[in-house]
Design a protein around this ligand. Structure first.
Ligand SMILES: [Fe+2]
Length: 421
């Protein structure tokens, strides 16, 4: 039985494609499985089971040439401010659907109208989202047996992509990381902007709002601190049969974590802290709203963190030791039979849901040279949330730590953004 596979790929637009590919392969264990080169762009597909990145380096700034290309998209004009030089950005969440014609394009800015490729086996459409440079390429495939998308060439050691979203990659590096699928994307949203964002994704793709936990107010979202307010939406199994599947929330079966892909909307709660909170700072650095972080599901987060450390991945500021020994957190760790020593050694955070359901997570430092985007590793043991309970736990554990800066952002503690060039 195939895993939920509504996300076809996530696209990273970069200045130096080869350097980005080298980084993703050497530090995170992904494999280059297909490439595409023409006068408009160089593109690489990197794969780890159902995690698929498309790295794009544009070779021209001629908008007419880019618009005419079947697949390449220019994200630069959509960044905020006066960005004069091309800049790295994770900008495209591509979804696979069974029928493009079911999409509601009212109020959607289509940047690449529907293209029919490979004799009708593939249809593509790219639309701009409603936030900054966020785009969505919607993919419809019918009996497509090529690599990734038309125009891509599979590398010699790869097999044809006959079951594109379900073929496991069993190479050693991938086994070390245990990558499984995209779990969620966190979007940085301007203050007061979440309602319109939710409306956009509901109408365009059939995402549905859900309450992260019992503390969340339907009206106000989940206010976690003066830095952060969260709301969440999900796109669930079955939605790929068409663009929309309304009513499943109440009528359908209980969802498992692998049945869904979530968007987490993070915004500052009020104008009073504009410019001082981490969501606003992220948008200044990006610049503008956008994809703040991406959570990769792993089957073994401890093994993944150890391997990542060996490969030179930098993680965010570790939690203080008091985080693991405070009463509530320690009891949670022991109740689910995790090892305090292991979690503390690896700086992994834990958030327990009801009963023995919990999740483990950790955040990397920014992964691209000039963008604050970062990754989250997540391993779920039944919990459906995003680790919001860790916000409180981290604050509590910080009380005894003087002169230590905690950076709290999207749905968690996140690394300080450092620009390396
Ligand atoms: Fe997250």
């Amino acid at each position: 039985m195939s895993r939920f596979a509504c996300v076809h790929h996530i696209e990273v637009g970069v200045v130096n494609g080869q350097a980005t590919v080298d980084m993703l392969t050497s530090k995170y264990g992904f494999k280059v499985t297909a490439i595409r080169n023409n006068s408009v762009a160089k593109q690489w597909v990197l794969t780890g089971n159902d995690v698929r990145f498309l790295v794009t380096e544009l070779l021209t700034s001629d908008q007419k040439l880019i618009e005419a290309d079947d697949i390449a998209v220019d994200w630069m004009p959509c960044l905020s401010g006066h960005v004069t030089q091309r800049k790295d950005s994770v900008f495209n969440i591509s979804f696979q659907v069974d029928n493009l014609d079911l999409l509601s394009l009212e109020h959607v800015q289509v940047v690449k109208p529907v293209k029919t490729l490979a004799g009708g086996q593939v249809r593509l459409l790219t639309a701009r989202g409603c936030l900054g440079d966020v785009h969505h390429t919607i993919v419809e495939k019918t009996d497509f047996s090529g690599h990734f998308l038309p125009g891509f060439t599979g590398l010699p050691d790869t097999t044809p992509d006959t079951t594109p979203d379900t073929t496991p990659d069993t190479t050693e590096d991938l086994a070390e990381f245990g990558w499984s699928h995209f779990d969620h994307v966190a979007l940085s949203v301007p203050i007061g902007g979440s309602r319109s964002v939710m409306k956009f994704y509901e109408k365009f793709l059939g995402f549905q709002r859900f309450l992260v936990n019992r503390d969340e107010s339907p009206e106000d979202g989940l206010v976690l601190s003066h830095h952060l307010r969260l709301r969440a939406m999900r796109y669930q199994r079955g939605a790929e049969a068409g663009a929309l599947q309304r009513g499943a929330e109440t009528d359908g079966p209980v969802l498992e974590p692998t049945d869904q892909f979530c968007l987490v909307l993070s915004e500052a709660p009020s104008l009073d802290v504009a410019g001082t909170n981490k969501v606003e700072q992220w948008m200044t650095s990006h610049p503008g709203p956008g994809i703040q972080h991406l959570a990769l599901s792993t089957s073994d987060i401890k093994r993944a963190v150890r391997q990542a450390r060996r490969c030179g991945v930098q993680f965010g500021q570790p939690p203080p030791s008091a985080y693991y020994t405070q009463a509530g957190k320690l009891a949670d760790i022991l109740e689910v039979n995790e090892s305090v020593q292991d979690l503390q050694e690896l700086d992994i955070l834990i958030d327990k849901d009801q009963g023995k359901r919990y999740l483990l997570q950790i955040f990397t430092s920014p992964v691209l040279p000039t963008d604050p985007f970062f990754l989250e590793f997540i391993q779920r043991h039944g919990a459906l949330g995003f680790g919001s309970g860790n916000i409180t736990a981290l604050y509590r554990s910080m009380r005894h730590m003087e002169n230590m800066e905690v950076t709290l952002s999207a749905d968690q503690m996140v690394p300080v953004v450092t620009q390396t060039q």
